[in-house]
Design a protein around this ligand. Structure first.
Ligand code: NOJ
Length: 551
């Protein structure tokens, strides 16, 4: 069994944790039907322990028609039968904890599935009924109510409104859905909506969940007047509204009421870092994903600026920063970093943008050492540790993502980063599905992934998996890493260099990342702890990162 980090602040484990994101459908398939499941995760816990992560964040595992990969939840207190049972989830939480790994579940407060009992009741009830008051039902505009109540767009393309047929079959009211039409938005003005979610939090905390990742956390509250969107008008009608903070204060009281306080982790996409940090005030969320860093291009000045701003806005609220390179919504890192435009933007996601995977992989390796050396916690999305590329040739009839379908294919969607993991073997399903295999993987795996499998990379000194395993082991052992201070060092233009630790005690640790086009000399050091690629004598080659012992 791997050593469990002796944490001086066990209740604040999230401050420096390495958290691995499990997209259950694509992680490991324990019953051979082609869909990942909890049995698969349980059978691979050893891989996660050997990797050296502190916690797992599971994407939604609840019963769902999967109109949006499980972010359309039918029942928040159960497990989708394709994934397993509640008893199995409880076992998984306990088994992971035995290996020193905590569990974070995904809570989706903005919307439910259109199959959720509340929405079915709302459809069966008349306009103006209490059942409809939990959602945003409104009459349409236009002479016959044939136009949506306002001009808000769905984030997945098209209007954010769909019209229902009333129980008597006539065209009726419209309901709001900021995502797919199968995901009606809840009305957070309604006391039952608040009470229900707090009860769901308790349900999972009582079952040992150590934290929750809060989906679309800054979008939950709407202006009840539902006005047309006016870019000049502040506050925004559906983003970052002040009323949200009261909800999260209440959640924080609930999380803190447990003897081992539970962590609240927000999915907060906001362009303004100061507004972002407001969610992290001491009585609100514990941490939130740092999407500014994730979206940042592979450019030294932009990254330096992102890191500096991140630390500057977190300091006053006392929250730890997070470092994220990818997740289940984002183009795979090795593909993105090999393109001419290395940043990430949903608006410019395209099909078949040329990429140099060797270059992208080199940069992804360097980015891994960069993010694992920065102060705070770090998130690792399954498959990043294998260096999986984006799969860009999924046949149209196999694509499930509503982002693809609602834009008529203009947006390639997110399935390309959700392809089932390769574990072993030379052909699909690459060990993803346990024997006997009765179904093919729910998304097709490419030919040519044999060399990327866990088995192929285990023990291979230059593999991405070995890099991550080594880096996570060092990160655990290194007193200056995780939460704590850092200071920038001057290493020349287009080079990021920083020291970790207070400098007063413990060994010196420096991370250097070369984003320039030429080798740079290594600063004074006593040992090289780890490098993301071969060093060039005493120099650090381009697109390479190194961890150095300095005293
Ligand atoms: C953010 C999630 O990460 C994404 O996958 C999902 O589609 C939307 N929220 C809607 O729930």
């Amino acid at each position: 069994m791997p050593a469990i980090r002796a944490n001086p602040l066990p209740n604040e484990w999230w401050r420096g944790a390495a958290i691995y994101q499990v997209y259950v459908r694509s992680f490991a398939d324990g019953n051979g039907d082609g869909v990942g499941d909890l049995a698969g995760v349980r059978s691979r816990l050893r891989h996660l322990a050997d990797l050296g992560v502190d916690a797992l964040w599971f994407n939604p595992w609840y019963p769902s028609p999967m109109a949006d990969g499980g972010y359309d939840v039918t029942d928040y207190r159960s497990i989708d039968p394709a994934f397993g049972t509640l008893a199995e989830a409880e076992k998984l939480i306990a088994e992971a904890l035995d290996l020193g790994i905590r569990t974070i579940i995904d809570i989706v407060p903005n919307h439910v599935s259109d199959t959720h009992r509340w929405f079915r009741q709302a459809l069966a009830a008349p306009p103006g009924s209490p059942e409809r008051a939990r959602f945003w039902f409104r009459p349409g505009r236009g002479e016959h109510g044939e136009l949506p109540p306002n001009d808000w767009p769905s984030q997945f393309g098209g209007s954010a409104w769909s019209r229902v047929a009333e129980p008597d079959g006539t065209p009726g009211e419209w309901y709001l859905h900021r995502f797919a039409s199968q995901q009606p938005d809840l009305n957070w003005e309604h006391p039952e909506v608040r009470a229900e979610h707090e009860d769901v939090l308790r349900f999972w905390f009582d079952r040992g969940a150590a934290g929750v990742r809060i989906d679309s956390a800054a979008e939950v509250v709407k202006d009840p007047a539902l006005p047309d969107f006016d870019p000049e008008h502040d506050p925004h009608p559906y983003l970052d509204r002040d009323e949200l903070h009261d909800i999260y204060r209440s959640w924080r009281r609930l999380a803190d009421s447990y003897p081992q306080p539970r962590a609240l982790i927000g999915e907060v996409w906001l362009p303004d870092p100061e507004r972002f940090a407001r969610y992290l005030r001491p009585d609100e969320l514990h941490t939130a994903f740092n999407f500014g860093f994730l979206a940042c291009p592979w450019d030294a000045e932009r990254l330096r600026e992102s890191i500096t701003t991140t630390l500057a806005v977190h300091a006053p609220v006392g929250a730890p920063a997070t470092w994220v390179l990818a997740n289940h919504d984002i183009t795979r890192t090795v593909t993105r970093y090999g393109r001419a435009d290395t940043g990430f933007d949903f608006a410019t996601k395209g099909h078949g943008i040329p990429t140099d995977l060797a270059l992208g992989t080199r940069r992804a390796r360097a980015a891994a050492l960069l993010s694992l050396a920065l102060p705070g916690s770090v998130y690792l999305y399954q498959g990043e540790e294998l260096g999986l590329p984006e799969v860009e040739d999924i046949p149209a009839d196999r694509i499930e993502d509503p982002m693809y379908h609602r834009t008529g294919g203009a947006d390639p969607g997110r399935d390309g980063c959700r392809v089932p993991l390769p574990w072993s073997g030379t052909v699909s399903p690459y060990g993803f599905s346990a024997e006997p295999v009765t179904g093919e993987p729910w998304l097709p795996q490419p030919d040519g992934w044999a060399g990327l499998s866990v088995a192929a990379q285990s023990g291979a000194p230059d593999s991405m998996l070995t890099l991550y395993r080594t880096a996570l082991r060092l990160r655990r052992a290194e007193p200056g890493l995780g939460d704590g201070p850092m200071s920038w060092l001057d290493a020349g233009p287009r080079v990021l260099a920083f020291a970790r630790g207070s400098g007063a005690d413990g060994p010196g640790f420096t991370c250097v990342v070369n984003l320039s086009g030429a080798p740079v000399p290594l600063p004074a050091h006593t040992a090289v702890l780890l490098a993301s690629g071969p060093l060039d004598g005493g120099a650090l080659p381009p697109d390479t990162a190194v961890w150095l012992r300095t005293t």
